[in-house]
Design a binder for this molecule. Structure first.
Ligand code: HEM
Length: 402
C-alpha cells in the first residue's frame, strides 16, 4: 500500500483531488497509521457514516473540547435534540430575512466600500476573510473593535481542529485560546443576562425548553463554535464561489444576468470545492463500511471532498457546472441536501441558511460594484489547507463605477 496517497503529505495538500480519485478507486477503506484513523472516500460510505447514529461524534471530545469545551457537536440523542431546539430558531429563514439580512448587507457594503474605487482588490484578504466573522460578531451583539481578537481566536481554533500531524505549538495555541475566550466572554454573558438586548447572545441566554436553559459555560462554548464553524467555512465558501465563477466566464455572465442563479452556483461550489474537506466519526460498535469492518471506538475520517466528486454519484464530477441536473439546488441548503458539504443527519449544519444568505448578499453586491471584474493577470489558483480548504488569495481587477 506504499504508493497510496497519504493525507498528511505535501503532494496531497497540493492536489487532494488527484489523491481522492486513487483512494475511491483503489482503497475505499484505508487504515492510516499516522492519524490512527480509517479513511473513507466514496459518496455512499461518507453518507452512511453521517446518517447512521452508530457513528458517534465522541471523537470531538479530543478534537474540539480542548478549545471549545462541550458543544452541540459532541452531543447525541435527547441532549442533542434539546440543544438543537434551543439554538436553531435563531437560524431559521424568517428570522434571518427579517432580523439579520440588514446586518449582512451592512457588513458587505462596509467592506466593499474599502476597495470599490481602487480598480483592484484581493477578495480573500479584503473581503472573504472579514465578512462572515464581522456578521457573527454583529449578530451576537459583540464589539467589532475586538474583531482582530476574534479573528485570531478562531484561526487558532480551526488550526487545532485540523492539526492532524499533532504539532505541539498548534495544540498549545488552541488550548490558550479557550482560556482567553472564556475570560473575554463570561463577563459579557453575565451582563447580558442582567440586561438583555435584541441580539443573538441575549436570545441564547434566554432560550428555554422544558425548564432547560444553557449555562454561562454552554453559551460561551456555543459562541466559540459559532465563530469557528461560521467564520472559516463561510469565508472559504465565498472566496471559492467567486473564484469558480471567474474561472468560468460563461457561467459568471449567466449569474450576472440572472442573480436568482446564485444559490445554484453556491450549491455547486459546495460540491466542487467544499470548505470542510474532512470530518471524523467514532463508531460505537464494530461496523461494516467501505467493504471492510471498522472496529468499535476507532476514528473514521470521512473525506467530504472525495465523496462530492464521486463519479458513482455525479456525472462529470471534476467539472464546475452550475447547470448540472444531478444536484437538486432547491433543497441543497436543508437536511435534504444532496451534497455532503454541510454533512447530513443529526449534526447537519445549523448555519446552512445563514451561509446561503451571506453568499447571496455578498456575491450580488460584489457583482454590482465590479461590472467587468476579472482575475488579475498571472493569477495561479492556489488553495490552502487540508482539513478545511479554500483559495489562498483572489486578486481581481475591474473598472471602478463612478
Ligand atoms: C455543523 C459545514 C456555515 C454553525 C456543520 C457541519 C459541517 C458544516 C460539515 C457538520 C459537522 C459534523 O457533522 O461533524 C459548514 C459550511 C459552512 C457552514 C461548509 C459554510 C459554507 C456555518 C455557519 C454557522 C455554522 C454560518 C453559524 C454561524 C454550525 C453549527 C454546527 C455546524 C453550530 C453544529 C450542528 C450540530 O452539531 O447539530 N457545519 N458550516 N455553520 N455548523 Fe456549519
Amino acid at each position: 500500500a506504499r504508493e497510496l496517497p497519504d493525507i498528511l503529505s505535501a503532494e496531497f495538500a497540493a492536489d487532494p483531488y488527484a489523491a481522492y480519485r486513487v483512494l475511491r478507486e483503489r482503497a475505499p477503506l484505508l487504515h492510516h497509521e499516522a492519524t490512527r484513523s480509517w479513511i473513507v472516500s466514496r459518496y455512499e460510505d461518507v453518507e452512511r457514516a453521517f446518517r447512521n447514529p452508530v457513528f458517534t461524534t465522541d471523537n470531538y471530545d479530543w478534537q474540539i473540547a480542548p478549545v471549545h469545551g462541550r458543544t452541540i457537536l459532541q452531543m447525541s440523542g435527547r441532549e442533542h435534540a434539546v440543544r438543537r431546539a434551543l439554538v436553531a430558531p435563531a437560524f431559521r429563514g424568517s428570522v434571518l430575512e427579517e432580523k439579520f439580512r440588514p446586518v449582512i448587507e451592512h457588513n458587505a457594503r462596509e467592506l466593499i466600500d474599502g476597495f470599490r474605487h481602487d480598480g483592484h482588490a484581493d477578495l480573500v484578504g479584503q473581503f472573504a476573510t472579514h465578512f462572515p466573522i464581522n456578521v457573527i460578531v454583529d449578530m451576537l451583539g459583540l464589539d467589532k473593535a475586538d474583531h482582530a481578537k476574534f479573528h485570531r481566536w478562531y484561526t487558532a481554533t480551526i488550526a487545532f481542529l485540523g492539526n492532524l500531524g499533532g504539532d505541539e505549538q498548534v495544540a498549545e495555541a488552541g488550548r490558550r485560546t479557550r482560556e482567553e475566550f472564556a475570560a473575554h466572554m463570561i463577563p459579557i454573558i453575565q451582563r447580558r443576562r442582567e440586561d438583555p438586548g435584541d441580539d443573538l447572545l441575549s436570545s441564547l441566554c434566554e432560550a428555554e425548553i422544558d425548564g432547560t436553559r444553557m449555562s454561562d459555560e454552554d453559551v460561551k462554548a456555543f459562541c466559540s463554535l459559532l465563530l469557528a464553524a461560521g467564520g472559516e467555512t463561510t469565508d472559504k465558501a465565498i472566496a471559492a464561489i467567486f473564484r469558480n465563477l471567474l474561472e468560468h466566464p460563461d457561467q459568471l455572465a449567466a449569474v450576472r444576468a440572472d442573480r436568482s442563479l446564485i444559490p445554484r452556483a453556491f450549491a455547486e461550489t459546495l460540491r466542487y470545492t467544499p470548505p470542510v474537506h474532512m470530518i471524523m466519526r467514532q463508531p460505537a460498535e464494530d461496523v461494516e463500511l467501505g467493504g471492510g469492518v471498522v472496529p468499535a471506538g476507532a476514528t473514521v475520517t470521512c473525506l467530504i471532498g472525495a465523496a462530492n466528486r464521486d463519479p458513482a454519484r455525479y456525472s462529470h464530477p471534476d467539472e464546475f457546472d452550475i447547470f448540472r441536473d444531478d444536484l437538486n439546488t432547491s433543497n441543497a441548503f436543508s437536511a435534504a441536501a444532496n451534497h455532503l458539504a454541510f454533512a447530513l443527519g443529526r449534526h447537519f449544519c445549523v448555519g446552512a441558511l445563514l451561509a446561503k444568505t451571506e453568499v447571496e448578499v455578498g456575491v450580488d453586491m460584489l457583482l454590482d460594484a465590479m461590472p467587468d471584474v476579472r482575475l488579475a493577470d498571472g493569477y495561479r489558483a492556489a488553495e490552502h489547507g487540508v482539513f478545511t480548504r479554500g483559495p489562498a488569495e483572489l486578486p481581481v481587477v475591474f473598472t471602478p463605477v463612478a
